[in-house]
Design a protein around this ligand. Structure first.
Ligand code: PGA
Length: 260
């Protein structure tokens, strides 16, 4: 069945987490670009890779002129100052980043990042001309306790309260159930679709009617070359945030090609 037109933008973003030196990252980026150039099947889907901070410059250089975007995995909300170990959004933009992942579950649950901090970072990313990929998702205990909707509504409402519709449309959201990240346990298409619909309805309520259907929402959590096409066949899933499978050029390319 043909997808409805106009379609929301599609994006497949690779989250490299704490993997790859500058040299290793540049090599992986070049390998991916060569695959993309040899097979234009992935055209029609935007692709981004998000290396660790230290590899951004080298990977950005390898991606120059290729159309593959560069993204970072986190940023600080302030523009500059005494924040040892932190990186400002303007610094990411200056090194060539187009995207920044915000509120990843490994930061929310591993580093204690709060809804309030994610909201501040979202505004800061927009100020610094970065496209935020705002991550939301429930823990296994929350899903089993019937709290998935409550968690998604809380995380989305906290991040988007006060933003206008035009600004909201420029952002990207990633639904990443925490129990699916790095576990090999991918959400079913129905689970992802239902969560994406909750997110869209929450955007309608928080920002304004109709906005929810216009924002690109990615699914993340154990996406691989074998399950991507099934997920992307669901109209509410506009792409993927990919961890493990983005560390290998061939599997990441297959995922991008499946999203076209
Ligand atoms: P995974 O990670 O694809 O390895 O499950 C996804 C993510 O953390 O964004």
């Amino acid at each position: 069945m043909a997808s409805p037109w106009p379609r929301r933008p599609r994006l497949v973003a690779g989250n490299w987490k704490m993997h790859k030196t500058p040299a290793e990252g540049a090599a992986l980026a070049r390998e991916f670009v060569a695959l993309a150039a040899a097979d234009p099947a992935g055209k029609g889907c935007e692709v981004a890779v998000c290396p660790p901070f230290t590899a951004l410059a080298a990977v950005g250089e390898a991606l120059r002129g290729t159309g593959v975007h560069l993204g970072a995995q986190n940023m600080h909300a302030e523009t500059h100052g005494a924040f040892t170990g932190e990186i400002a959004g303007s610094m990411l933009a200056a090194v060539g980043c187009r995207f920044v992942i915000l509120g990843h579950s490994e930061r929310r649950h591993g580093m204690g990042e709060t809804d309030e901090q994610v909201a501040k970072k979202l505004r800061a990313a927009l100020r610094d001309d970065l496209t935020p990929i705002v991550c939301v998702g429930e823990l296994l205990a929350e899903r089993e306790g019937g709290k998935t909707t409550e968690v998604l509504v809380r995380q989305i409402a906290a991040a988007y309260a006060g933003l206008d519709a035009a600004t909201t449309r420029t952002t990207v959201i990633a639904y990443e159930p925490v129990w699916a990240i790095g576990t090999g346990k991918v959400a079913t298409t129905e689970q992802a679709r239902d969560a994406h619909r909750v997110i869209r309805a929450t955007l309608d309520q928080t920002v304004g009617a109709g906005v929810g259907s216009e924002v690109a929402i990615l699914y993340g959590g154990s996406v691989n070359a074998g399950n991507a096409a099934t997920l992307f066949a669901e109209n509410d899933i506009d792409g993927a945030l990919v961890g493990g499978a983005s560390l290998e050029a061939a599997s990441f390319w297959k995922i991008a090609a499946a999203a076209r």
